[in-house]
Design a protein around this ligand. Structure first.
Ligand SMILES: Nc1ncnc2c1ncn2[C@@H]1O[C@H](COP(=O)(O)OP(=O)(O)OP(=O)(O)O)[C@@H](O)[C@H]1O
Ligand SMILES: [Mg+2]
Length: 238
């Protein structure tokens, strides 16, 4: 279980995240939703200590993450960055292998895992494993980003707009394929999106944010049926 308690983060005079608290149960797909700049990425980055909060705590299975060394924490939490964040000078296979290598997996095991994941995510190993990110389409790069996050089979997956920057048709296809993978079904996932339909399709619970704060949190049905204010109604186009 992951619990955020009263998280705060300020950049200069920008109060990016203010008093954000939630808890995510094992196996949930928890989706942070909101307009650009509302604090989604900042919240996600505080969960695995890519950013340290100015106030508040994150607990992972009851342990304060501030006491867990950041590299160890991140190995248990796959992270899909906004705009893929692939290493440009690493091949596709090298990008996918980053965490298994850190964990000193055997070379054969790494290659087998890489090939399996590429196949699952619809990427041809023979065609793409030794290509560089810039030689792939945007959709293919996003698949590599997903494969990299899944490589060491972490129990928790943090995903920041994993299907962003794609045309609506490709986005829909990749999202559907991904949601049908066993990996997606069994992992605890915290995902960021600004796309209402995407959130409502994938989420067990949605956390709608505005200006650094949580406006409403609940199942898609709860938000649809009991919006707490006009912001929620407008955002969800109810
Ligand atoms: N490193 C930083 N330095 C200064 N300001 C920052 C930094 N990171 C984020 N901010 C500011 O904090 C606020 C929240 O940013 P954040 O990236 O969390 O938004 P977001 O909800 O992920 O937006 P988007 O949907 O556009 O990705 C914004 O006003 C942003 O400009
Ligand atoms: Mg963001």
């Amino acid at each position: 279980m992951i619990e955020a308690r009263h998280l705060h983060k300020t950049f200069g005079t920008t109060r990016a995240v203010q008093d954000v608290s939630f808890s995510v149960q094992e196996g949930e797909n928890f989706i942070l939703l909101g307009t650009s700049g509302c604090g989604k990425t900042t919240t996600l980055k505080m969960l695995n200590r890519l950013l340290e909060p100015d106030g508040g705590q994150v607990l992972l299975n009851g342990a304060d993450t501030a006491t867990i060394p950041a590299p160890q924490l991140r190995r248990g939490m796959g992270y899909v960055l906004q705009h893929t964040g692939l290493f440009p000078h690493y091949t596709v296979a090298e990008n996918i292998a980053v965490v298994p290598k850190l964990l000193h997996w055997e070379k054969d095991a790494i290659q087998e895992r890489t090939a399996t994941l590429m196949q699952k995510l619809g990427l041809s190993y023979s065609e793409h494993a030794h290509a560089y990110p810039h030689q792939l389409s945007g959709g293919q790069q996003q698949r590599v980003g997903l494969a990299r996050a899944l490589a060491a089979d972490p129990p928790v997956l943090l995903m920041d707009e994993p299907f962003g920057a794609l045309d609506p048709i490709t986005r829909d296809r990749i999202r559907t394929e991904f949601s049908e993978l066993d990996e997606f079904k069994k992992k605890t996932i915290i995902m960021v999106t600004h796309d209402v339909q995407e959130a409502f399709t994938l989420a067990t619970r949605v956390c709608l944010m505005d200006e650094g704060r949580i406006v409403q949190m609940g199942t898609p049905d709860q938000l649809r049926e009991q919006p707490v204010n006009d912001f929620v109604r407008t955002f969800l186009k109810l």
